[in-house]
Design a protein around this ligand. Structure first.
Ligand code: HPA
Length: 248
């Protein structure tokens, strides 16, 4: 089954016909909220709001391990994560949708692995390509069929938050090769790989990163919703297409 992790601006899926909700406990504690099960155009799908349904959990406090573990426990095989980001690359203007193909992890102090000594042996996952290519392609195909522009590839820098970056930090991220910056891409992607789940993301550029474009002096936080809302409606449309293509 396909699972969707909704980020800021996507606390629920409007086109999801809810069948039931399930409160979960995991070896890693509680997920961000109950798993929501339902159908989109008759196709089964599972949904969880990363920041909680009332948007109360900041990026560094999300129980990523519990979220991913619970999704797999409930039968998820594929996970599409939706996340808001700031655009660093000049063409990543607010409103742009991207399916990233790489990430750089700048987070710290998060519970980032399930291989923490409870397992019998030391386990290293391959993470050369952090996103599942076939799932990335499926998203891009769905976007194309829906007539929604969605860029193929980009490097997602994952910062600790919850504060936004300084302009100099964004300069550094750019020198490192990052195209966009957000706060939730890790450890989510790595945990999905550890748990054997296919995982890809749709990032939604909701602002120019600090020091760029309209954010030269400050990030206009009150304008983020203006870009996020219509962009999330486009994301929902794309997700509908992905769900229809999902083999279950
Ligand atoms: N930086 C970090 N995370 C973000 C941003 C940003 O500019 N915009 C949305 N999430």
């Amino acid at each position: 089954m396909l699972a969707i992790i909704g980020g800021t601006g996507l606390n629920q899926l409007g086109n999801l016909k809810i069948t039931h909700r399930q409160v979960m406990r995991t070896p890693y504690g509680e997920p961000s909220g109950p798993m929501t099960f339902g159908t989109i155009n008759e196709h089964e799908v599972m949904f969880i709001a990363r920041h909680g349904y009332g948007h109360t959990i900041p990026p560094h406090m999300v129980n990523y391990r519990a979220n991913l573990w619970a999704l797999r426990d409930q039968g998820a095989k594929r996970v599409i994560a939706v996340a808001s980001v700031g655009g660093i690359r000049a063409d990543l203007v607010p409103g742009t949708l991207v399916v990233p193909d790489q990430l750089i992890d700048y987070t710290h102090g998060r519970s980032f692995t399930i291989f923490d000594g409870r397992e019998n042996s030391v386990t290293h996952i391959d993470f050369t390509l952090p996103y599942t290519e076939s799932l990335r392609c499926r998203i891009l195909e769905a976007a194309k069929s829906a007539g929604e522009a969605c860029l193929n590839g980009g490097v997602y820098a994952v910062t600790q938050g919850p504060r936004l970056e300084t302009a100099a930090e964004v300069d550094r991220l750019e020198r490192d090769g990052a195209d966009m910056v957000g706060m939730t891409g890790m450890p989510e992607a790595a945990l999905a790989r550890e748990l054997g789940l296919e995982y890809a993301a749709i990032t939604v550029v909701v602002n120019y990163a600090a020091g760029r474009g309209a954010s030269v002096k400050a990030i206009p936080l009150d304008e983020i919703g203006t870009f996020a809302q219509p962009a999330m409606a486009r994301v929902r449309k794309i997700l509908e297409g992905v769900v229809e293509r999902d083999g279950i």
